[in-house]
Design a protein. Structure first.
Length: 307
């Protein structure tokens, strides 16, 4: 009798594509990072075919063969280009620019461009699911005093599953980064007592249709982006920080936040941040300003460097 496939025996691998839309071979080297809750699903469209003269159906037909992978990963770095994050950020439209990752409006072209399409493989106890030609979106979660993490969501071209042995990567040993001593600032104000910062990169994903491709898709690219930020500082007097006044006036300012593991740090900056929806909230009996903001300038940056 066949043994069950155990989800705990699961490893995710990924690699930037040299030619967008052409799957890359994956090895243990492309799985040398730490992720959590990885899941890969097919999202293909099914075309219904109604029978005449009855309520019967002809067999439905698989149309565009798409897939989706989601996972989480803690901020973790021991270099300016941390394993895993370097590929995921480029796949989310944040290309590496000498010392930092910066939002780019360029599509991947496979010729050293700032952004990349990506091949993902999810190895589960002897079976491989794979998508290629993928790009995605990320939400950066920065809870006060705790480990920061990213939630990643990629879409790509679905490949038929195969039986492949589980990879054996060597994982990084650097400690994850915590949101402490982060000196979060919004403009000139830095005395925030915040529980969590949430940055949604806000990518719009566009599957490029292609009649020459067996899947019907050339590869997925990013066609638009609107970065949104949610922060929840303790409420202050108007004379101290007038968030409702800034909302009414349409005031915008730059936001900066920092994570660190004591050896390496990640500095996140977002330019031209405007409060678009201030609401009252509660945190253990303390009044909180729940502030939904948007970045009017496409200028999100992440910099990994020594402390």
């Amino acid at each position: 009798m066949a043994a069950p496939i155990l989800k705990r025996r699961r490893i995710l691998a990924c690699k930037a594509e040299g030619t967008p839309g052409t799957a890359e071979a994956l090895t243990a080297t492309e799985a040398a990072f730490i992720v959590h809750d990885a899941m890969m699903q097919q999202t293909a469209e099914m075309e219904e075919r109604l029978a005449q003269g009855s309520f019967d159906r002809h067999a439905s037909h698989v149309s565009r063969r798409m897939g989706r992978v989601t996972f989480k990963s803690h901020f973790n770095a021991a270099s300016a280009t941390p394993p895993g994050w370097a590929t995921w950020l480029a796949g989310c439209g944040l290309g590496f620019d000498t010392t930092f990752y910066k939002a780019s409006a360029l599509a991947p072209d496979g010729a050293g461009s700032a952004t990349d399409s990506v091949t993902f493989g999810l190895y589960t106890d002897g079976k491989l699911k794979q998508i290629h030609g993928a790009m995605g979106n990320a939400i950066l979660n920065l809870p006060s005093g705790r480990v920061g993490f990213g939630e990643f969501d990629f879409q790509g071209i679905w490949d038929a599953p195969t039986d492949v042995a589980l990879l054996a990567p060597t994982y990084p040993t650097a400690a994850p980064m915590r949101v402490v001593s982060s000196a979060l600032t919004l403009g000139s104000y830095g005395d925030f007592k915040i529980g969590n910062v949430r940055i949604d990169i806000g990518n719009v994903l566009y599957p490029r249709e292609d009649v020459d491709a067996a899947s019907g898709i050339y590869f997925v690219c990013i066609s638009d982006r609107l970065t949104k930020i949610t922060i929840d500082p303790e409420a202050a007097l108007v004379a101290t920080k007038d968030v409702y006044g800034e909302w009414l006036a349409g005031t915008a300012a730059d936001l900066t936040c920092l994570l660190s593991n004591g050896v390496y740090k990640c500095t996140i900056t977002v330019s031209d941040v405007q409060i678009i929806n201030p609401q009252e909230a509660d945190r253990s009996g303390v009044e909180v300003d729940s502030l939904e903001c948007q970045a009017n300038t496409d200028d999100l940056k992440l910099t990994f460097a020594t402390v």
